[in-house]
Structures are given as C-alpha cells and as structure tokens.
Ligand binder design. Structure first.
Ligand code: ZN
Length: 195
C-alpha cells in the first residue's frame, strides 16, 4: 500500500487541465493503485490524479459500492438537479453547498483501456461531476453557493446558513461527513454497466 500526498487548494496543479491517457503503462497502473489506497486512507469517495500531483485524466471513485476507475472520462448525459453539501480531500475541514445534476452517464475507459459506461444518481452523480471537474482544473469551491464552512467541530455543528440543503440532508450530518469525505451527500443505488 502506497499513499501519495494529497495536494491542497492553492497548489497550481489543481487548476490545470489534465492530459489524456493514450496507453496503460506499469507506471499508470501503480498510480491507480496508489490513488485507491490514498482515497480509502483519507476516507474519501473519490480522487482525481491531479490531486496527487499527476496531470492525467484518471479518477477513482467509491461511494460504498466498490471501486470505479475512470480513464479519459466524459459526461455523455446529465439531467435533474441536486443541491447539497460537498467537500474535497484537497480542501480539508471545509464544505459548501453545490448544485449538481442528479443523474449522469459517463463514458470512459477502465484500467484495461476498455470502454465502459457508468451511470450514477445522487451521491455517485455528484462524485462523478466533482471528480471530472478536477481533470479540467475546476475546484468545487468555485461552484459553492454562499460561503464555505468549517466541518471540524468539537460540539454540535451549526447550520451553515441558507436553506438550500435543508430538505436533502441535515446540514450538521452533511458537515460531519464532509470533514472526512471527498464528496458528501446521500448514498443511493447506482449502476455500473458495460464492464
Ligand atoms: Zn475534490
């Protein structure tokens, strides 16, 4: 198990666009293994290669249904809307309210460079959008409605203010999750197809 250092907000690599992967190499295989180790160690639900300092279009996601590895991913369809708390391993201890599509279909390659399609709703849709943004140098903090708020609190976490996420997830619960998770939200069934 090899952990990589997670770059944090302010590191210029997080604002750069990443290059496509044209062939799988032992080095990239090792990178993917390390990204999974690093994501699980940090208790996140997703991690993108630039977050560990590599400008390649690779993301890993696990919302509790097993690892999903996406190479050169692209959103093919998106619809619906969800507004809720979101966090990022590159912005530790903070969260904010972000509106995302509630349903997305992503086309990508897997670690064997085979075409796959991943369909997600709720948390998986949010994670897919968040991680794919990383590959274009877009941090979720640029999409936050209102202010970022601290998720680390000894006492009862206060409402972050604003009514946006109230109907989805109790803000305090979401904030507590965001302290450790890459992306927060409700877990929901989602399908991975075309393996
Ligand atoms: Zn992130």
């Amino acid at each position: 198990m090899a952990l990589r250092q997670i770059r944090t907000l302010g590191d210029p690599i997080l604002e750069k666009s990443c290059r496509e992967v044209t062939e799988m190499t032992p080095r990239l295989e090792e990178l993917i293994r390390d990204m999974l180790d690093t994501m699980y160690d940090a208790e996140g639900v997703g991690l993108a290669a630039p977050q560990v300092g590599v400008r390649r279009r690779i993301v890993v996601i696990d919302v509790g249904e097993g690892p999903i590895i996406l190479i050169n991913p692209e959103i093919k369809e998106s619809d619906g809307e969800q507004t809720g708390a979101e966090g990022c391993l590159s912005v530790p201890g903070q969260a904010g309210t972000v509106t995302r599509p509630n349903h997305v279909i992503v086309r990508a390659l897997n670690e064997k460079m085979e075409e796959i399609e991943v369909e997600g709703t709720e948390l998986l849709a949010r994670a897919l959008c968040h991680e794919l943004d990383h590959l274009d140098g877009i941090m979720y903090v640029t999409k936050v409605e209102g202010e970022l708020y601290d998720t680390v609190s000894e006492d009862e976490t206060e409402e972050p203010g604003g009514e946006a996420s109230a109907e989805q997830t109790p803000a305090s619960e979401a904030a507590a999750l965001a302290a450790q998770a890459e992306v927060t939200g409700k877990e929901e069934k989602a399908n991975e197809t075309g393996k």
